[in-house]
Design a protein around this ligand. Structure first.
Ligand code: NAD
Length: 490
């Protein structure tokens, strides 16, 4: 299938069928690179969500009755087909997000790797054997599915976000209802199409499209949804935690970041600038793990800033493979960033690079913002704790290592962090003392892999980790079983 053959109205997938929203509502999905309509999408409401949960609940027992090895085998077939149709999926991702074809292909490759990892987990759905204080008692743990998993995702890396949650949820034997991000319904749709064509039993994976309050909230509140896994903003994550907590559902929250990248006086500045640019600007800064706080030692501050500004000025913004990054996902997101920059300037911030919408004829109809570097922002300015989710890096000046660690930790978020230094003692101290779920030395603030646990301290999450084998803890319950035997009974 080519993008032109996508349905004009992206339907839900419920019980193995492609359905419009029950009340016929649709919303418009734009291509962020051009601002033109890409397609319409089903705009689901509470009724559609209830249908989807009912379908997942009906299909789940038979899916759970398949051995984990068999579930893994079916998921491996999905992964193999995704690889065969990688370009097709990537084309949809590129069209929905405005990222370049090459970047979309890379993201799809990452999603496939994740699929392969979790397919393999079907053969390794290990429990533990336990000792006992009681003679002749033999004990073990086994994993059980939770039941129905409600999955809600963001749009920034749409196929990776789908894979991140759907594969571990399915291999654990759950029925799934995925609420796609409203900016990327077509990616979730084509994924479900492939999964169904490959032979995933109908109703095991259901996809509903729509807005958060209309389709996301009813999923979180539904009494038959045993585990809610949410990737999105900290603001919405709090609402999800409250709603899921009220009915004591399991909940995994993968939330925002305000990630620091520290540049020490002994750093390789070229390498530090390269990683700052990649971490702050790639994917238009729309990564939870993007670096947005660049904390630089006083003695190299000017040199680093000048190099960063020079290299930032060389970046090419657009939707092609020759470009460094593309548009942000929608107009609302673009306006919020421009407003945040303007208000920071009002509080004394200086724009060292970028700072505005790109509005030449090649860009003006899309949602493009120039890569932006701000400085002269106070450590306690609100910008330090406000995730902008775009290509905006703020420079902070610190005296020394102790001040840098304090600056890193003086933050509500705690997702990722990076340090650039040649001093191994400094690097080790940094990795030990910073409050972040992932810490990298002499690299960027992003770069997790399918088998790495990922998640944040502070308001970046609620302590869960996905993916890696840790994701199995999110999507399964642990049962402890013991046998007491009578050795005289042989
Ligand atoms: P968002 O919170 O606005 O939306 C995320 C999802 O939640 C969407 O599908 C949306 O429809 C849904 N939603 C909105 N309101 C809801 C409600 N009341 N109940 C249930 N669902 C609701 O986030 P966004 O702006 O789309 O995405 C960007 C955010 O996602 C950033 O904060 C980013 O850091 C975060 N993110 C985190 C990770 C991670 O792994 N930690 C990964 C990617 C993105």
């Amino acid at each position: 299938m080519v993008v032109e053959q996508l349905p004009r109205e992206i339907p839900n997938w419920i019980g193995g069928k492609q359905l419009s929203a029950a009340d016929g509502k649709v919303f418009e999905k734009l291509n962020p690179a051009t601002g033109a309509r890409m397609c319409m999408s089903a705009q689901s409401g509470v009724g559609d969500v209830r249908e989807a949960v009912a379908a997942a609940k009906r299909s789940q027992p038979a899916w759970a009755a398949c051995s984990p090895v068999e579930r893994g085998r079916i998921l491996l077939d999905v992964a193999i087909t995704m690889r065969r149709r990688q370009k097709e999926i990537a084309d949809v991702v590129a069209e929905e997000t405005g990222k370049s074809p090459g970047e979309a292909l890379g993201e799809t490759g990452g999603a496939i790797q994740l699929a392969e990892f979790f397919a393999g987990e079907g053969m390794r759905m290990y429990g533990r054997t336990l000792t006992s204080g009681t003679p002749h008692k033999y004990a073990m743990t086994v994993r059980c599915p939770v039941g129905v998993a409600g999955l809600i995702i963001a749009a920034n890396t749409p196929i990776a976000n789908v894979a991140w949650k759907v594969f571990p949820a399915l291999v654990c034997g759950n029925g799934v209802v995925l609420k796609s991000a409203e900016d990327t319904p077509a990616t979730a749709w084509i994924f479900a199409l492939i999964a169904h064509e490959v032979g995933l039993p109908p109703g095991v994976l259901n996809v509903v499209h729509g807005y958060g309050e209309e389709a996301g909230a009813p999923l979180v509140e539904h009494e038959d949804v045993g585990v809610v896994s949410f990737t999105g903003s900290t603001r919405v994550g709090r609402l999800v935690a409250v709603a899921a907590g009220k009915r004591l559902a399991k909940v995994s929250l993968e939330l925002g970041g305000k990630n620091p990248l520290v540049v020490c006086d002994d750093a390789d500045l070229e390498n530090a600038v390269r990683w700052t640019i990649l971490s702050s600007f790639s994917n238009a800064g729309q990564r939870c793990a993007a670096s947005s706080r660049i904390i630089v030692f006083d003695s190299v501050y000017e040199k680093f800033r000048d190099l960063l500004v020079e290299r930032t000025g060389e970046l090419k913004v657009g939707p092609s493979d020759g470009d460094d990054f593309g548009p942000v996902i929608n107009e609302r997101q673009l306006s919020a960033m421009l407003e945040a920059i303007e208000s920071a300037e009002g509080r004394g911030a200086r724009v060292a690079a970028g700072g505005s919408r790109i509005d030449d004829s090649a860009h003006s109809s899309g949602f493009y913002i120039a890569p932006t570097v701000l400085e002269n922002v106070a450590q306690d300015d609100e910008l330090g704790n406000r995730e902008l989710f775009g290509p905006i890096a703020v420079l902070y000046r610190v005296k020394d290592f102790a001040e840098a660690v304090d600056a890193v930790n003086d933050n509500d978020y705690g997702l990722t962090a990076a340090i650039h230094t040649k001093n191994v003692d400094r690097a080790v101290q940094f990795t030990r003392h910073v409050r972040a779920g992932a810490v990298n030395v002499n690299a960027g603030t992003y770069g997790s892999e399918p088998h790495y646990p990922f998640g944040g301290f502070g308001v970046s999450g609620n302590g869960s980790r996905e993916p890696g084998v840790e994701a199995l803890d999110v999507y399964s319950e642990t049962k402890t079983i013991s046998f007491t035997v009578d050795p005289g009974n042989i």
